[in-house]
Design a protein around this ligand. Structure first.
Ligand SMILES: [Zn+2]
Length: 263
């Protein structure tokens, strides 16, 4: 199967109707339009989960829905904050309603195995709420066979891959915003979009153990990058992909034993 045939966006309605009959795993990438420093594009959190979801879908015979490109508001400790130019975010109730609506639409057309494949940490609890409300909607319609998985692909990165990415010590996935992992994946997947001469090398941000609203912008690095991205490389990106894709595919095959479509 080619990568192309996993994308619902590229299918005709005949192809969709034919494929969904086999009860495939249906992936919904979720991201954000968010600053990713001087070197990565605003759509990084959409490009990465979309590419990873397509690679996993190819392994499990799944289908990938068009991504939810807008996400919940960027926070200083995980995305630099919502004040950066070009960071276009949704209110939580809008995001929850949007994802809930998309899940219900997929189920209406026959999908039962759904994966919310997140690329933007701030979405996490609102994806939980969208899944919970959609399951309640479906239960009220008498459909109890719907199952939803929510995941952030970085949570699949093993200690061994972590050591390869960060030989000098791992900061945290929050501080990894636009840093080594995301930059490496972009260098591997979409090198044409990485401004290689502008990759920043600033020390990791130092935040207090509480949050201030309105944002206290003083601890936020002016580039919007929360730890150094200097050691990023396409090889590291390739290594992350090579480890994470089969591991996510294996986990989903266990969770959805009936969820193998065409392959
Ligand atoms: Zn990101």
């Amino acid at each position: 199967m080619t990568g192309l045939s996993t994308r619902i966006a590229d299918m005709t309605w005949y192809e969709f109707a034919d494929r969904v009959k086999d009860n495939p795993i249906v992936f919904v990438p979720t991201g954000s339009v968010e600053q990713h420093g001087p070197h990565l594009p605003l759509l990084t959190d959409v490009i990465l989960p979309s590419a990873l979801a397509e690679a996993v879908a190819a392994e499990v015979g799944g289908m990938v829905a068009p991504p939810v490109a807008y996400g919940y508001k960027s926070q200083p400790k995980s995305g630099g904050g919502n004040h950066f130019p070009g960071t276009l975010s949704l209110d939580a109730n809008v995001f929850i309603a949007l994802v809930r609506n998309i899940i219900n639409e997929l189920v209406r057309h026959g999908a039962r195995n759904i994966v919310l494949f997140d690329g933007h940490m701030e979405n996490a609890w609102f994806l939980v709420e969208a899944a919970d409300l959609a399951l309640r909607d479906q239960a009220m319609l008498g459909r109890t066979e719907v199952k939803i998985i929510k995941l952030g692909y970085w949570d699949f990165i093993t200690k061994a891959t972590e050591a390869l990415l960060f030989p000098n010590g791992f900061p945290s996935w929050e501080l990894e915003h636009a840093a080594v992992m995301e930059t490496s994946l972009m260098l591997h997947i979409r090198p044409d979009l990485v401004r290689q001469d502008r990759i920043p090398d600033d020390p990791a941000a130092d935040f207090p153990p509480y949050d201030v609203y309105p944002f206290d912008t003083r601890p936020i690095p002016p580039t919007g990058v929360l730890s150094s991205a200097k050691s990023a490389s396409a090889d590291k990106g390739r290594a992350v992909l090579a480890q994470v894709v089969p591991d996510i595919a294996a986990a989903l095959s266990r969770e959805f034993p009936s969820g193998r479509g065409h392959s």
